[in-house]
Design a protein around this ligand. Structure first.
Ligand code: HEC
Length: 276
């Protein structure tokens, strides 16, 4: 569990990195102007999307285990139709990801996020064209794929999505709309797919993407909390700084996002420092 002290330490370190970045890039600019040098303050989109994929993995795992997993034990429901008026439930992890993706879209930042498969429950999640070709390669190598999608003019990164826990396969195999009923543990069930229109970005642009991702996840989480607050027949859990294993609680947005930040910031910082 995250303590305030640790969080402050983490935030202070994080700010330090940001300041170092700001200084570093302005120095570069000065050198570039004075000596006619071109700033090397850039990162490949492959590296940037890999960092974002790791942010997303941490967020999804935390949401799946600590919000959905613990919440279900405390008596809360999570459903694919969670946004329908008569359904009093939270979003399934795949829908939390889609919510985040929609929030990113609303910001106008051209970062695409999509969870697809070759045997999807929902037809709109089926890979087509080059994404399907690359996904078949991922099935063989079990490694991510990075490529330029000529048709959509987008740099694309696809990361395998493994059936890591029993509920993945039992829910998918038993779903009325699934085209495949023999998913097994460890199978690659799909791929988290990211797109961006540029081959390289500045470190500042990378920070903007990470911030956009985190804010979009937080907004999606807030939509879930709003749904909980509007429960009519289900008993409303208390929205507080505690997790559902301590009682009939749901962590508030700050508690959830602090836990995400605590999980993903050390690796993020390592990645950022490696870029200086
Ligand atoms: C309680 C049921 C349930 C559980 C548990 C579950 N999923 Fe899903 N999953 C769904 C539903 C429903 C969708 C379709 C959501 C949509 O796009 O509307 C989906 C979508 C997906 C997709 C996109 C392709 C598709 O099938 O539409 C992938 C990939 C996926 N899930 C992988 C996983 C993995 C991996 C796990 C475990 C870590 C998991 N799912 C756990 C129900 C579940």
């Amino acid at each position: 569990m995250i303590t305030n002290k640790n969080f402050l330490k983490m935030t202070a370190l994080y700010l330090m990195v940001l300041i170092m970045y700001a200084c570093n890039s302005s120095n570069n600019d000065v050198f570039a102007e004075e000596e006619g040098l071109v700033s090397s303050d850039t990162i490949s989109i492959q590296e940037a999307l890999t960092i974002l994929a790791s942010e997303n993995d941490h967020t999804r795992t935390l949401y799946t285990k600590n919000v959905v997993g613990l919440g279900q034990k405390a008596g809360l429901k999570f459903h694919e139709d969670w946004q329908k008026e008569d359904v009093e439930a939270g979003p399934l992890p795949a829908l939390f990801l889609r919510g985040t993706s929609r929030e990113i879209q609303k910001t106008g930042v051209p970062l695409g996020l999509y969870l697809g498969s070759d045997y999807p429950i929902v037809k709109a999640n089926k890979f087509v064209g080059i994404q399907d070709e690359k996904f078949q390669k991922i099935r063989q190598t079990k490694e991510p794929e990075f490529f330029y999608d000529e048709e959509n003019k987008l740099y694309t990164a696809m990361f395998p999505d493994f059936a890591a826990a029993a509920p993945c396969i039992s829910c998918h195999n038993g779903h009325t709309n699934t085209p495949k009923t023999d998913w097994a543990l460890g199978d690659i069930m799909g791929a988290t797919t990211w797109t961006y229109p540029k081959a390289t970005i500045s470190t500042k642009e990378l920070l903007t993407l990470i911030k956009t991702y985190r804010e979009s996840a937080a907004k999606t989480y807030e939509t879930f909390l709003a749904e909980v607050q509007a429960f009519k027949t289900t008993a409303k859990p208390e929205i507080t700084n505690k997790w559902s294993d301590e009682g009939y609680y749901i962590p508030d947005v700050k508690t959830f996002m602090n836990a995400v930040s605590k999980e993903s910031s050390p690796l993020l910082m390592e990645n950022l420092l490696a870029k200086i």
